[in-house]
Ligand binder design. Structure first.
Ligand code: FAD
Ligand code: SF4
Length: 512
């Protein structure tokens, strides 16, 4: 059963075997698999429960409903926008559907560096197959690319670069282009349409508008949770929430998982909870063409250039170039100029192609919790290890757009880079990437509660447990031992399946 906050009329006391906090990629998969194994599962989700009838395709409606902080969450210096879903289904409701299985090189690194020997390709392949079946993951054909993504495809052919169309978790996609605002056609196979209803049909109880404030600990055990049932309209607390459970699963995403653990005073022998935040910085580049591109229509993300990826092809720059279109509100800040000059650009929007450089960041940031329970997110681009690679990626993306026929291409820096010829692209290397001098955002946060063998470096043990407690499992992107280097949702599903499988196999070891 899925219960909205509006249907709760008194303080709530819930008893369960397993309490899962967060209903996104990690929490939903875990909840379904443990429900199937016969456990009484309750899922607590602070965001609301929305269906396709609620998705109005209007940015003014949907960012406040579906995104953390109405889509305005950012690092403390406001330099990097941190996009994150906040609703039943979490970020999977607003994501762009690209599905990459964790590449073999990444799994090998996690086995060797983090000591996660169980993450063999064979074991993970079984989990990926199962998830792909439920989510109807299929690779799209070149003929399905919109004109925006086709520019990258043309560029890859002309420059001899490796690239491919994306696999997507869609069923009956009509290419409306509104993926980031929730899919009004029920084509996106998000957690809200798949694992959450499957868990609910199996007997799990899902509480929307249920914000957990604190995990209650006694010695080396968690005994329950405390929080509030929120008013769906105002987001203000309406009723008190108390949950008793034998196993607590923290799946709040890589910003809020450390926040909940730190706010609860969880013991952390590693001192690493909240550290090692990776964000996959995304740098947008736009190109102007003579013909119409209409980047906002069709499948927003259809094609990527993988030539410079380390995890896919061993390239030292370790980045992806991905075609992407965005709705007008989100994309307007990418256009150059102010006042009339900016308006002029917006008027020519239909001829503008856009794509991002997605960097596998070696540098990292930190999440801490304020007295009011909200996160402070600190992250600076690493000048030595990351900025030079990002600049090379941007230079190559500018070259790609020019190779596909752009008349001019703009880099993402405040001190403008405008390229009409491939040689102009090198100007990016002279630009400042200091905070707020470069446009950069993040839709992929990870690694703030890393899983690994060394107890001094990893707060979560290889069995998915928070080290100081027998019955607290962490199950979301925060357990990635390092940045994934590819879009992360499949890796979250895979790791959640892996952790769920361990709990299912030996429930007593987890307090069940
Ligand atoms: C705009 C956008 C586009 C993306 N596109 C892609 C893509 O194309 N391909 C891809 O692979 N990945 C994509 N991603 C990333 C992917 O969706 C995430 O990596 C993945 O969903 C992370 O899973 P998670 O379980 O860690 O967190 P989430 O899915 O974010 O779920 C966490 C949930 O926990 C809830 N929560 C937090 N704190 C509390 C609390 N205290 N009490 C109760 N509930 C709480 C949140 O409200 C949220 O619903 C995208 C993300 C965004 C934002
Ligand atoms: S493009 Fe496809 S998946 Fe995205 S919102 Fe439209 S129909 Fe849904």
């Amino acid at each position: 059963m899925i219960v909205a906050g509006s249907a709760v009329h008194a303080d709530l006391d819930v008893q369960a075997d397993i309490a899962v906090v967060g209903s996104g990629a990690g929490g939903a998969v875990f909840a379904k698999l443990l429900t199937d194994a016969g456990h009484r599962v309750v899922v607590l989700e602070e965001g609301g429960y929305y269906t396709s009838a609620d998705f109005t395709q209007d940015e003014r409606d949907m960012y406040p409903r579906l995104y953390k902080d109405r889509g305005t969450q950012a690092t403390a210096d406001q330099a990097i926008g941190i996009l994150q879903g906040r609703c039943v289904g979490g970020s999977t409701v607003v994501n762009y559907l690209d599905c990459f299985r964790s590449p073999p090189r990444l799994l090998a690194e996690w086995r060797e560096v983090a000591g996660l020997g169980a993450l063999t390709e064979e074991r993970m392949a079984g989990f990926f197959e199962a998830v792909e079946e439920v989510l109807s993951v299929r690779q799209i054909g070149v003929e399905q690319l919109n004109a925006n993504n086709a520019k990258l495809w043309i560029a890859a052919q002309r420059l001899g670069w490796k690239g491919d169309t994306f696999h997507r978790n869609a069923l009956g996609c009509i290419g409306s282009g509104y993926c980031g605002l929730g899919c009004a056609y029920d084509a996106k196979q998000s957690m809200a349409l798949t694992y959450i209803p499957l868990a609910s049909n199996g007997g799990a109880l899902i509480h929307a508008n249920a914000r957990v404030r604190r995990i209650l600990f006694e010695g080396d055990r968690a005994v329950g949770l405390e929080g509030d049932v929120l008013d769906p309209d105002t987001d203000l607390p309406r009723h008190r929430l108390r949950v008793r459970a034998k196993l607590v699963v923290v799946a709040c995403g890589s910003i809020n998982t450390p926040v909940l653990l730190l706010a609860s005073g969880a013991r952390d022998p590693s001192g690493q909870i909240g550290r090692n935040l990776h964000v996959h910085p995304a740098f947008p580049v736009i190109g102007e063409y003579d013909e119409e591109v209409r980047a906002h229509e069709g499948i927003k993300q259809g094609y990527y250039i993988g030539e410079f990826s380390g995890v896919l092809h061993g390239h030292p720059d370790d980045l992806l170039i991905e075609g992407i279109g965005a709705p007008p509100g989100l994309s307007a800040p990418l256009f150059p100029g102010t006042g009339d000059a900016h308006m002029d650009w917006l008027a020519r929007r239909d001829r503008i192609a856009s794509a991002i450089v997605l960097l596998r960041d070696a540098g990292s940031g930190r999440v801490t919790v304020r007295d009011d329970g909200r996160p402070t997110i600190r992250y600076r681009l690493d000048e030595e290890r990351d900025v030079p690679r990002a600049k090379r990626g941007i230079e190559n993306l500018i070259r790609a757009f020019l190779a596909a026929g752009a008349r001019r291409v703009f880099g993402p820096t405040v001190d403008e880079v405008q390229a009409r010829h491939p040689g102009d692209a090198a100007a990016i290397h002279e630009r400042s990437f200091a905070p707020n001098r470069v446009i950069v955002f993040s839709a992929h946060q990870m690694s703030t509660c890393r899983m690994g063998a060394d107890e001094a470096a990893y707060p979560v043990d290889p069995e998915g447990r928070l080290r100081a407690y027998r019955n607290v499992v962490v199950c979301d992107a925060s357990i990635f031992p390092s940045a994934s280097g590819v879009n992360p949702q499949m890796t979250v599903y895979g790791l959640a399946s892996h952790v769920a499988d361990m709990v299912r196999s030996e429930p007593r070891r987890y307090g069940l």
